[in-house]
Design a protein around this ligand. Structure first.
Ligand code: FPP
Length: 231
């Protein structure tokens, strides 16, 4: 990869698993299974390149309204990778955090998530945030309610500290695969100055080289944060 300005924090909307599978005459669940494998490949590559934080959208709050069969299949994938195949998580050698309201998950999956978070809490070379039953609007409402319960007015800093992402830098780059050009209730507040990159590739086929292209594209952008550029 060329000499580039690396984003410290990349967030990814891993869209297109279902369509990718359908095009291959396979069930949607197969697309999700291949999607998880690609998540490990792409996140691993991002960390190898020197990205410090990767935040992936694994299940939106709205995804829970999908047919029960598909939700159950996604829960089964979580069960698998947070429990039986958790070595795959540990291989990334980064701290892992699950962001979102996980109280809707079966108790055994919640326990496995806690175990993985505790086991990786000391790792400092990188951070992988996995958003599960996450919605940005829900995150803002939750934070405001926390502030109300504490009897506090908020400013930007104190509000942000009450988010699931509290204390983390905002994503520099948000990548969405699958061809749709929208954020779908993902990190809306944190995305205020994120650079957005949309790929037509379906998530299971998004390659390491595609990630590098997204980073190269980001690197060439002029981030002004509403200011003017100094010549
Ligand atoms: C969007 O594709 C993807 C999802 C709703 C789920 C993504 C989840 C994973 C990759 C699994 C994560 C698992 C672990 C263990 C962290 P879609 O189904 O909306 O695709 P479509 O738009 O083609 O229908």
């Amino acid at each position: 990869m060329k000499r580039i300005k690396l984003p410290a924090h990349i967030a990814i909307i891993m869209d297109g698993n279902g369509r990718w599978a359908k095009r291959r005459f396979r069930p949607r669940a197969y697309g999700h299974r291949m999607g998880v494998q690609n998540m490990f490949k792409i996140c691993g590559h991002a960390f190898n390149l020197g990205v410090r934080i990767v935040t992936v959208f694994a299940l939106s709050a709205e995804n829970l309204s999908r047919p029960k069969e598909e939700v159950d299949e996604l829960f089964e994938l979580f069960r698998s990778y947070f429990s039986k195949k958790k070595e795959r998580m540990y291989e990334l050698n980064v701290k892992i955090c699950v962001l979102g309201d996980i109280s809707v998950l079966p108790a055994d999956i919640q326990e496995s998530i806690g175990e993985i978070e505790r086991a990786t809490a000391h790792l400092t070379s990188g951070l992988l945030n996995i958003c599960v039953n996450y919605g940005a609007r829900q995150e803002v409402v939750r934070a405001v309610n926390k502030a109300v319960a504490l009897g506090r007015f908020v400013d930007e800093n104190s509000l942000e500290s009450l988010f699931y992402t509290g204390g983390l830098p905002d994503p520099d780059l948000i990548i969405r695969t699958g061809g749709e050009i929208r954020l779908s209730n993902f990190l809306l507040y944190q995305a205020a100055y994120s650079e957005l990159y949309f790929s037509g590739k379906m998530w299971p086929e998004f390659s390491k080289r595609d990630l590098e292209k997204a980073i190269e594209n980001y690197s060439a952008r002029d981030r002004r944060y509403g200011n003017v550029r100094e010549e």
